[in-house]
Design a binder for this molecule. Structure first.
Ligand SMILES: NC(=O)C1=CN([C@@H]2O[C@H](COP(=O)(O)OP(=O)(O)OC[C@H]3O[C@@H](n4cnc5c(N)ncnc54)[C@H](OP(=O)(O)O)[C@@H]3O)[C@@H](O)[C@H]2O)C=CC1
Ligand SMILES: Cc1cn([C@H]2C[C@H](O)[C@@H](COP(=O)(O)OP(=O)(O)O[C@H]3O[C@@H](C)C(=O)[C@@H](O)[C@H]3O)O2)c(=O)[nH]c1=O
Ligand SMILES: [Mg+2]
Length: 290
């Protein structure tokens, strides 16, 4: 059995769909603010593998709650990893492109130097370090711009805004790889299985959707595919001040993931069409050519 933390989140919902036999724990069952309770949950369930899909993901709010973000994103994953190492159970943990400063101008390899710009990024980087230090069989999967039909993500945000406005102002100097939660879930399950068969595959991997796009380009695709009549105006990040700074170019180089694990990058446009169908929004214009 696969044990999943973060039942109500985008990724965990997709994991539950893809692996109905998985046991998914929510905050009531395992609060990551209490790391030892998470370790106890692993010992109690004695799973074949653990996937941590829970995190403090409120990037801007984390600037004022860095200690809380650290507890949830660093202390809890470290405790989970230690529990898994003690039981000899593979641990799959999610991290983010926001551990990078994003100023390099080219796709970033998994072993590249990090440099988070935000409290969220710092907390996720500390989580990576704690997982590695536990020394067990593990995979850290860095991903980016995860979206689905559920919860707060860029797709649901743009759809909500496009219902209320006839123009959106979206930054066009931040580029990345949108990642469908459904594809990310499949990748996590594949990695959890591979680690059971080949512990030496332990390591840090990049897994994000393609083609890379700016936030403005992503918003244009969302608006176009949803059939909404909304103008999307490109603006510089400086014109959209936020509490947390975002990397301008933290594109993840995913080539080693494909080589080592056989996981190709998902096409986010197909993922977007699937999400819009799930939301009953469209119809996707057949004439639309990518
Ligand atoms: N979303 C994105 O764009 C990206 C996400 N990631 C990473 O991928 C993983 C999954 O992200 P995603 O599915 O989008 O996350 P979501 O924001 O959709 O969900 C986060 C989940 O974590 C849970 N959670 C938060 N705090 C606690 C806590 N104290 N105790 C227990 N559960 C808690 C939430 O529960 P509740 O509903 O109760 O708040 C929720 O179920 C995370 O590790 C994230 O950092 C990486 C890159 C991009
Ligand atoms: C809503 C909106 C956002 N933006 C900008 C703000 C910000 O710079 C950028 C992204 O906005 P959001 O806050 O929705 O996305 P954000 O919360 O930054 O998404 C991040 O989530 C965490 C969990 C991750 O790990 C990252 O990979 C990334 O996906 O878009 C606009 O320019 N116009 C808008 O109308
Ligand atoms: Mg956000």
């Amino acid at each position: 059995m696969i044990l999943v933390f973060g039942r109500t989140g985008q990724l965990a919902r997709a994991l539950a769909r893809a692996a109905p036999a998985a046991v998914c724990l929510d905050r009531a069952a395992a609060d990551l603010a209490h790391p030892e309770a998470c370790a106890a949950a692993i010992a109690a369930h004695r799973p074949a593998a653990v996937i941590n899909a829970a995190a403090y993901t409120a990037v801007d709010r984390a600037e004022a709650e860095e200690a809380q973000a650290h507890r949830v994103n660093a202390d809890a994953p470290a405790a989970m990893a230690r529990a898994c190492a003690g039981l000899g159970v593979p641990f799959v943990h999610l991290s983010t492109d926001y551990v990078f400063g994003g100023a390099g101008g080219r796709p970033i390899a998994p072993d590249a130097p990090t440099g988070p710009l935000s409290a969220y990024g710092r907390s996720k980087l500390a989580g990576e370090r704690g997982v590695r230090a536990a020394g067990g069989v593990h995979a850290i999967l860095r991903t980016s711009w995860v979206f689905s039909a559920h919860g707060r993500n860029f797709v649901t945000t743009v759809l909500r805004l496009s219902e209320a406005r006839d123009a959106l102002r979206i930054v066009d100097d931040q580029i990345g790889g949108p990642t469908p939660a459904a594809d990310l879930a499949a990748a996590c399950l594949s990695v959890a299985q591979r680690l059971q068969d080949a512990p030496a595959l332990s390591g840090t991997y990049h897994y994000a959707g393609r083609p890379e796009v700016s936030r403005k380009g992503f918003a244009e695709a969302i608006v176009a595919r949803s059939g909404r009549k909304v103008r999307v105006e490109g603006i510089p990040s400086a014109a959209y001040p936020t509490a947390a700074a975002r990397p301008l170019d933290a594109r993840l180089d995913c080539s080693r993931t494909e080589a080592a694990l056989g996981l190709a990058r998902p096409d986010w446009r197909a993922g977007l069409d699937a999400v819009l169908r799930e939301l009953g929004i469209g119809p996707a214009r057949e004439a639309q050519r990518w």
